[in-house]
Design a protein around this ligand. Structure first.
Ligand SMILES: *Cc1c(COP(=O)(O)O)cnc(C)c1O
Length: 222
């Protein structure tokens, strides 16, 4: 098992190298053994999508791991991860942002976050609408959340065989990323563009992703 994980990681790293895109292994549903195989290969950042699954992994695994929450986060669960979470990629509403800010304040820290933006044509995805996000930022709303540090944007393309559609959606997120940076909002400098999964990571890398989130291509089918 370890050998396969190692091989997969190295092969993907190799492909991403030309684009300067980083790889976040997504470990949801995979046991600690799998995570430790990637840890042994040098990885210290992992993505999980559910708080209930993340907490025991955080408790059992080495403390130099930086955990990313990548799935929808309910406001009532923020308090459980607030003391130690590394990056919340899935900030999909102002209500959630406000709760993260509040909990981070209780622990006298800043929590790093990404805005999750809705780019897919599918209806079930969470996230900010691109236009609303820009408007919200221009209005200066971010200043009300001093315990949150916005590091970038996250998005998910449609689960579609239509590669052109996927590419268009990913491209629209890169355009939003660039246009928000061009707005020069005080205290906001987007560095992380988190887009691309096992099915579309090369397209995402080509379209300017700085971080692909990949599970099955590394660890196998769930
Ligand atoms: C599960 C998940 C991934 C990784 O999916 P794979 O297809 O296994 O690479 C990426 N992003 C999010 C938000 C996920 O929930």
């Amino acid at each position: 098992m370890d050998e396969n994980i190692y091989k997969n990681l190295k092969a993907i790293e190799n492909e991403l190298q030309t684009f300067g895109t980083s790889l976040l292994p997504v470990t949801k549903t995979f046991s600690n053994e799998y995570i430790m195989a990637a840890y042994s290969a040098g990885y210290r950042q992992f993505g999980e999508n559910r708080v209930q699954e993340l907490i025991p992994k955080y408790e059992e695994l080495p403390k130099d791991i930086e955990w990313h929450l990548i799935g929808h986060l309910q406001t009532n669960k923020v308090k459980y991860i607030a003391p130690w979470i590394g990056l919340i990629q899935s900030v999909d509403s102002e209500k959630l942002l406000a709760e993260i800010n509040k909990q981070a304040g209780r622990y006298d820290r800043k929590i790093s976050c990404l805005f999750q933006v809705y780019i897919a044509t599918e209806e079930t995805k969470f996230g900010w609408d691109a236009h609303e996000l820009k408007k919200w930022l221009v209005e200066g709303n971010l200043a009300r959340y001093p315990h949150v540090e916005i590091k970038g944007l996250m998005g998910m393309a449609s689960f579609s065989e239509d590669k052109n559609l996927v590419r268009q959606e990913l491209r629209s997120l890169k355009q939003l990323f660039d246009s928000i940076n061009a707005m020069a909002i005080p205290g906001l400098d987007l560095k992380i563009l988190s887009m691309g999964m096992s099915g579309d990571y090369l397209i995402a890398a080509e379209e300017g992703s700085t971080l692909v989130r990949m599970g099955s291509a590394i660890f196998g089918h769930r």
